[in-house]
Design a protein around this ligand. Structure first.
Ligand code: DGI
Ligand code: FE
Ligand code: FE
Length: 186
């Protein structure tokens, strides 16, 4: 079992006070959204989901033998922290549960055929209590009703915003959205 008290100071130091408070709120939201996933696993994934944020380059260098990432990942800072996350969670925080590591890995982009665990971490991150953007209240409501519909809603909003800001969209984000659309429309 993951002993958070042992790592709390390290996490706070690595990601800073503000981001640390965000992960606590993600944990609270994930626990609220949770119905049937092991509580300790949900907590661990939520607390560590951003563990590589702001230190991506440092961790990339430190763990380069485990980081066989494409340039598309390395040069997309928003995505990089989520892909390095499971490596940091494993080697710096001693987590080796693959479900937890995958929930961390896909918390930004999503992916096709996500597990409920992955969806809950993805959504808790997107709609924790202090998130404040257009549509967040609707997303929050939807998240408690229908995980798939909520993930689709969130992906749509992210894609629209990336397009408006002329930012590159990572293909996994598109594939995650297409998968949910196909699932919905049969
Ligand atoms: O790390 P957080 O700020 O808590 O949240 P996150 O890991 O979900 O990062 C979300 C940001 O990443 C959001 O502002 C959009 C940005 N982003 C940039 N490129 C992509 C992307 N998000 C997705 N899903 N796909 C992209 O290609
Ligand atoms: Fe993140
Ligand atoms: Fe986050």
């Amino acid at each position: 079992m993951f002993d958070f008290s042992k790592y709390e100071d390290k996490l706070k130091k690595d990601i800073g006070e503000k981001r640390f408070n965000h992960v606590l709120r993600v944990k609270d939201m994930a626990l609220k959204l949770n119905t049937n996933i092991d509580i300790e696993k949900i907590k661990t994934a939520a607390l560590l989901h951003d563990c590589a944020k702001y230190n991506e380059k440092y961790f990339l260098e430190k763990y380069k033998k485990y980081c066989e990432f494409s340039d598309e990942i390395i040069y997309n800072k928003s995505i990089l922290h989520s892909f390095i996350g499971p490596i940091v969670a494993k080697y710096e925080y001693g987590v080796d549960d693959i479900e937890i590591l995958n929930a961390i890995k896909y918390h930004t982009t999503g992916r096709e055929n996500m597990t409920d665990f992955e969806k809950i971490i993805f959504l808790a991150d997107a709609c924790e209590e202090k998130r404040d953007y257009e549509g967040v209240n609707e997303l929050r409501k939807l998240a408690f009703k229908d995980l798939d519909a909520a993930v689709l809603f969130s992906l749509d909003a992210t894609i629209k915003s990336l397009v408006d800001r002329k930012i590159i969209i990572f293909p996994l984000t598109i594939r995650a959205r297409n998968y949910l659309l196909r699932k919905k429309n049969g």
